[in-house]
Write a protein that binds this ligand. Structure first.
Ligand code: SF4
Length: 262
């Protein structure tokens, strides 16, 4: 992405503001209309736009690599990647918690029991592998994030939302899950230490940008909530109340997305 053009339209009833953004995605100019609250807003109000950005970037990249003989090999019913540790921004963790809380019984209890079982396995594993921090409260460097992700994946723990090797919350799956696709043979994903796994490169790092939102500027690393710790993390953290307008949040997100990784 190299540039953004923006127009703003305030309708007469002014409960919402509509922004028209023209974004250069991997050389293609794509226009987005982004309605946001004119008053206090939350990151959930920007989430539909974030998801749209992931989809556009993924579609453009898939087409580019398919034309060059490297199509995406991911298929329905292959859930190996759903044993990876999924990083969530804080607002995504709170959103997933609300999703679980709103589930009817007995499904809600089943999902909660799966989260508890995963946390138990991770606790046991901490004695033998380097998986020793509650990551949601500990700023980590990108290298530390990668180390913990590798250790977690070796445990081969299915995501609590994985059922019959498919995502049971597909429409609400996190941004990181939407971004993850591979062009290497699907069977390689089960043995990444022995066989090469090639992820689909994306022109926009949307989920990574969200991890930096609302971060303490004094932090030397990134705070993120592992999906597997989502239930216990949200037990002890409450969502921040809306304090900025939708336009302010949209501008902060775009500015983070445009900034190179630190
Ligand atoms: S949320 Fe869905 S897509 Fe993401 S890891 Fe879990 S099962 Fe897989």
């Amino acid at each position: 992405m190299s540039d953004i053009n923006e127009q703003q339209h305030v309708p007469d009833n002014s409960a919402a503001v509509s922004h028209t953004l023209e974004i250069n995605v991997a050389g293609e100019k794509v226009q987005f209309t982004v309605p946001v609250p004119s008053g206090p807003a939350t990151w959930d109000d920007i989430l539909p736009f974030m998801r749209a950005l992931v989809k556009v970037g993924s579609d453009i990249s898939q087409e580019y690599f398919a034309e060059r003989g490297k199509p995406v090999s991911c298929k329905a019913g292959c859930g190996i990647c759903c044993r990876q540790r999924v990083p969530l921004a804080e607002f995504e963790a709170h959103r997933l918690r609300r999703l679980v809380d709103a589930m009817p019984e007995p499904r809600r209890s089943e999902i909660i029991a799966r989260f508890q079982a995963v946390e138990e396995r991770v606790r046991e594993a901490r004695d033998t592998i380097r998986l020793d921090a509650v990551d949601g409260d500990t700023p980590l460097s990108l290298k530390e994030m990668a180390q913990r992700a590798g250790a977690y994946f070796r445990l081969m723990i299915p995501c609590p939302f994985l059922e019959n090797e498919s995502c049971s919350i597909y429409d609400e799956r996190p941004l990181k899950c939407r971004e993850y696709l591979v062009t290497s043979p699907a069977e390689n994903c089960a043995e990444p230490s022995r066989l090469p796994v090639v992820g689909l490169p994306l022109p926009l790092e949307v989920s990574m940008a969200t991890l930096f939102l609302d971060q303490d500027p004094q932090d030397s690393g990134i705070r993120w909530v592992p999906l597997d710790e989502m239930m216990s993390w949200t037990d002890s953290h409450t969502p921040a109340p809306p304090s900025r307008s939708g336009s302010e949040l949209l501008h902060e997100f775009m500015s983070r997305l445009m900034r190179p990784r630190t």
